[in-house]
Write a protein that binds this ligand. Structure first.
Ligand code: NAD
Length: 370
């Protein structure tokens, strides 16, 4: 494949343009020329209005081109229709299944690992004391105690990072199956009371809980938040706003000087008092709602994402030709549009809200215009 890179694309890492040339790519300053020349477009974010070109990026692409990126299709039906209308084959990195075979392409996991690691650092930095136990001439200082809510990829990474710093950690998740993973990191697992079938979908993702169950689970969390120096919240239910787990009443019961790092702020937050993108102080507790954590670690975020996306590209392309095999579960699950049709928009990260082939307007338009 011949590779062209948008001029300045790596500046934030920083990787400067000459490094791409040294690696065998060409650097193209004009976005219109770049998009128009490409059979395949690899991106991080979904196509947007390109201010430099004065046109939407999905309109700059060639008909029949292949697009891969974090397209988040269930949140943007207009974009999905535009991609189908423009006859673009699009595949979304956030819809790649979480299976062993797809592991090398799983950018959700890569980015969640970064977010979890960074959450533990934010918590440690915001505390007014040491994290590890310190035996000093001025006496012995107890290690910091933390509670991590949600023990998926991000939560487990937050636990591992906080444990490496010497914190005493409690982990909680609504899925009882993760107890073993939490304990394997040297943390204590707070057992949920919910039955497995109510908490966990067959795919391994958490389900939305009933109001009654949610209240019972909150009571379990409430007992523990008052005892810890920091809380890291990572709980998510695919395709839905983050569940509210830490209520204002719980914050009120926390120690003054305690810290909450709510990385579910991206989807609204797990704490009732979180304001996405801000740090708020309530009842003496600092509540951090960080956004875009992977871009705060651009070196490894870029390295991991480029590895994931190139593995996925090589999965779709054989002998230099883009030939999607829709009998393949990774290809099928991640395809958003193909041949002028909407193939699938993941609903809740599990199924499909628009069935295959339901959007055929583009095809009809083509036939009438020819
Ligand atoms: P996620 O980001 O969707 O959710 C984070 C965590 O929040 C999950 O563990 C979930 O159970 C938990 N949660 C949801 N509601 C909650 C509530 N009310 N209270 C407490 N916790 C709550 O999850 P993820 O990190 O993307 O992982 C999703 C699944 O995919 C997991 O089963 C994970 O093990 C699996 N996975 C598999 C692979 C693989 O096999 N290659 C890779 C990555 C993830």
């Amino acid at each position: 494949m011949e590779v062209a890179v948008e001029s300045g694309a790596g500046q934030g890492v920083p990787i400067y343009d000459p490094a791409y040339v040294d690696a065998g790519a060409t650097v193209v300053p004009d976005p219109v020329a770049l998009y128009e020349s490409a059979d395949i477009v690899l991106k991080v974010e979904p196509p947007i209005m390109n201010d430099a070109a004065g046109r939407h990026e999905a309109d700059l692409m060639r008909q029949g081109a292949l697009l891969i990126g974090f397209l988040r299709p269930s949140g943007d039906v207009d974009l999905v229709k535009k991609l189908a209308d423009n006859w673009i084959s699009s595949f979304s990195m956030d819809a790649i299944p979480r299976t062993a075979r797809a592991q090398s392409m799983d950018a959700l996991t890569s980015m969640a690992s970064i977010a979890g690691y960074k959450a533990a650092l934010i918590a440690a930095n915001a505390l007014g004391g040491f994290v590890p136990m310190m035996i000093t001439a001025a006496g012995t200082l107890a290690p910091a105690k933390g509670l991590v809510i949600g023990a998926g990829v991000a939560g487990l990474q937050a636990i591992a990072t906080a444990r490496r710093m010497g914190a005493v950690i409690y982990g909680y998740d609504v899925r009882p199956a993760v107890g073993e993973q939490v304990r394997s990191l040297g943390a204590n697992f707070i057992e949920p009371q919910v039955v497995v079938a109510e908490a966990e979908h067959a795919s391994g993702y958490a389900k939305r809980l009933s109001a009654q169950t949610q209240q019972r689970e909150r009571d379990i969390v409430h007992e523990h938040v008052a005892e810890v120096d920091f809380v890291i919240t990572t709980a998510a239910v695919p395709g839905r706003p983050a569940p509210t787990i830490v209520t204002e009443a719980m914050v009120k019961d926390m120690r003054p000087g305690a810290v909450i790092v709510d990385i579910a702020a991206e989807t609204g937050g797990n704490c009732e008092l979180t304001r996405p993108g801000e740090v708020v102080v309530a009842y003496g507790v600092a509540i951090h709602g960080p956004l875009g954590l992977p871009s705060s670690m651009p070196v490894h975020a870029s390295r991991m994402y480029s590895r994931n996306i190139s593995n996925f590209l090589l999965h779709l392309v054989s002998n230099g030709v883009f030939e999607p095999d829709f009998d393949d579960d990774i290809t099928m699950a991640s395809c958003v549009t193909h041949d002028g049709q909407v193939v699938g928009v993941p609903a809740e990260g599990l199924g499909r809200s628009i069935p295959r082939g339901s959007y055929v307007k583009a095809e009809a338009d083509r036939e009438s215009s020819s």
